[in-house]
Design a protein around this ligand. Structure first.
Ligand SMILES: *[C@@H]1O[C@H](CO)[C@@H](O)[C@H](O)[C@H]1NC(C)=O
Length: 392
């Protein structure tokens, strides 16, 4: 009997093991990469045999810390939608932010990275009951305005424009790095996404061209912020996510009952004045938004290209093209609170899709982020590296 059982076990092992190894049900091979429906289904990979020689030789599991700069999107504002206790709807769900959330079980970039490096830290934990506001000149001065227990190394503030990003770096991120005695030798990931509030409030800058939110001012704010990071937080890789087409939110939300759940009146885009109006005037201000978006992205590409050319050994900047075709997304891609901020589903999609592009080359990074209800995660492979030269 014993030997029969043993033989059966051996037989089934022989029969099943090769199939299991080459193609477990969940894994799908595509364009030289392997994808899974959860990151935990991805096989473990061998540790590196030699430590990275510089920021230009990193595998995502080399990061020890994760950080973020940005606006209400990065802060996870309103992303859970309308809550049973309506007052609880207006929070910042930072622990679930695609860019820097670290709530247990949340599908976020840091948690996906954690699959390969469990000691990664710096992600936000939990939520803020009301947004941490900072809007252009209407912004608290100095180091007040953050809740470090929740925010951790996510310096994003709701309402932030590009001009507020140096403030996020100098008054929060750098002091936090120092207070936590984070070693300069540790490798750090920094997610930077900004520009939606500039587009929404200052679309006239598409043609005016000087003063607040002009392309020149936008560029100078980003340069100041990146230089401050480079000089004060060595061994950082900044992933610059381009400015996406916010104006598409107008058609996405038009006459949608989904957007009238909080107040039983037709939805208006109060948070985005340049996207507010219908008719010819609205079409014109949305065209200005799109033109300004293109100008901002040209400036971002110029800056990233410069850093990629300079090739500092302890600082690198990545370009993530903002190919997010919102007009093809369902309305529940937006929060039911305001039909403006991304919903949790969109945060999860962005986390998975930005992760999938993190070790990608220029072509792979530029693939549009298609809407999907079933996420796919690119399994890390031993030889994968983050390309720090996709624009040169
Ligand atoms: C990027 O990688 C893909 C898949 O390996 C390949 O087909 C493509 O030619 C590469 N593109 C560039 C710009 O290297």
């Amino acid at each position: 009997m014993v030997s029969l059982t043993t033989s059966l076990a051996l037989f089934s092992t022989l029969l099943l093991t090769p199939t299991t190894l080459s193609a477990p049900l969940d894994l799908e091979r595509r364009d030289g990469a392997v994808y899974a429906s959860t990151i935990s289904s991805c096989p473990a990979i061998p540790a590196r045999t030699a430590p990275p020689s510089s920021v230009h030789d990193l595998r995502p599991d080399d990061f020890s810390y994760t950080m973020a700069l940005g606006d209400s999107i990065t802060a996870g504002c309103f992303s859970r939608g309308i809550q049973n206790n309506v007052l609880a709807s207006f929070g910042e769900w930072r622990g679930e932010s695609y860019a820097n959330g670290m709530d247990p079980g949340a599908i976020t970039l840091p948690n996906i990275m954690k699959r390969y490096n469990p000691s990664l830290s710096g992600g936000s934990l939990g939520s803020n009951p009301i947004p941490e506001l900072c809007y252009g000149a209407l912004c608290p001065i100095g180091p007040i305005g953050w809740n470090s227990k929740v925010d951790q190394l996510n310096a994003a503030q709701s309402g932030a424009m590009a001009t507020n990003i140096p403030h996020e770096v100098n008054d929060y991120l750098i002091p936090q790095i120092r207070a936590r005695k984070i070693p300069s030798t540790a490798f750090k990931y920094l997610n930077l996404q900004i520009g939606s509030n500039d587009l929404c409030g200052m679309c006239h800058q598409a043609i005016v061209g000087f003063g607040p939110s002009s392309p020149d001012e936008f560029e100078s704010s980003i340069r100041k912020a990146l230089e401050a990071v480079r000089k004060n937080i060595p061994n950082t890789v900044v992933n610059v996510v381009g400015v996406f087409k916010v104006s598409d939110v107008y058609s996405m939300t038009l006459n949608q009952p989904y957007c009238s759940q909080l107040l039983p009146v037709p939805h208006v885009n109060l948070e985005c004045p340049c996207m507010l109006l219908g008719g010819k005037v609205g079409a014109a201000t949305r065209a200005l938004m799109d033109s300004l978006m293109n100008q901002y992205n040209e400036r971002l590409i110029k800056i990233v290209k410069e850093y990629q050319t300079k090739r500092y050994s302890d600082f690198a900047v990545l370009w993530q093209p903002p190919n997010i075709p919102l007009s093809t997304f369902p309305v529940h891609a937006l929060s039911s609170v305001d039909c403006f901020h991304p919903s949790i589903k969109t945060h999860q999609l962005m986390a998975a899709e930005l992760w999938n592009r993190l070790v990608g080359n220029a072509t792979e990074r530029a693939v549009p982020l298609a809407w999907s209800e079933s996420l796919q995660f690119r399994c890390l492979q031993e030889a994968d590296r983050i390309h720090t030269d996709t624009l040169i």
